[in-house]
Design a protein. Structure first.
Length: 200
């Protein structure tokens, strides 16, 4: 089984690449979704988050208001480190368990879609690191449509590694400054290459 660690800056196109890989037959582990589940279902984690950031991050129904939490942590590096300290080890355990589950099920290619793969030192648990890149101009244009303001996008970009730092850690760079059709072709070619790597 081959494990791909798929990472990249905010809005670079990680989920889009993960979706294309899923269409080709890969199994996807989405670290962001796991993080959301942890916040929803792990009461200890939620308690620690509330103790760190206050009740203002809670919705009236007691669930975590992720937009508000995002506004707080992306405005201040210390706050982000604090949140990562609460969340990363918990997400890591779920990711590890899922990898083992998919291994037992005989999956050939597992993709861990994780924006902070490198920052969280998870590169050691994958066989290859794929980094998706896009220019800031493309990212702003694409994320505008999702409702994130330019300032919010900039705050997130500043909180992450730079593109060149990420590229240094990459085995494969997927340049997503192209159309979706071209991206699909690129991912298809990379997938073909993987089939040689994963044959038994
Ligand atoms: P996040 O960091 O927010 O999780 P991401 O890196 O997973 O983002 P995506 O969600 O895949 O990025 O892409 C961001 C937006 O850009 C989406 O609306 C997606 O449809 C669009 N997009 C991605 N790649 C392209 C492309 N090559 N051409 C046009 N739009 C694209």
């Amino acid at each position: 089984m081959k494990i791909i660690g798929l990472t990249g800056g905010i809005g670079s196109g990680k989920s889009t690449v993960a979706g294309l890989l899923a269409e080709l037959g890969a199994v996807i582990i989405d670290a962001d979704k796991i993080g959301h589940k942890v916040l929803d279902s792990d009461s200890k984690a939620r308690e620690q988050v509330v103790a760190s950031f206050g009740k203002r991050i809670l919705n009236p129904d007691g669930s975590v208001d992720r937009s508000e939490l995002g506004r707080i942590v992306f405005a201040e590096h210390k706050a982000l480190s604090l949140l990562n300290g609460i969340m990363h080890s918990r997400i890591y355990l779920v990711v590890k368990a899922k990898i083992e589950q998919y291994r037992k099920q005989g999956a050939r290619v597992v993709v861990i879609d994780a924006p902070l793969l490198i920052e969280a030192s998870w590169a050691a648990m994958v066989d290859v690191v794929w980094v998706v890149t896009a220019t800031k101009a493309s990212i702003f244009k694409r994320l505008e449509k999702t409702g994130l303001s330019r300032d919010e996008t900039m705050a997130r970009i500043r909180s992450q590694l730079t593109e060149s730092e990420r590229i240094k850690m990459a085995d494969v760079v997927v340049n997503n400054d192209c159309s979706l059709n071209e991206l699909k072709l690129k991912v298809g070619m990379l997938w073909q290459g993987l089939q040689f790597d994963t044959c038994k």
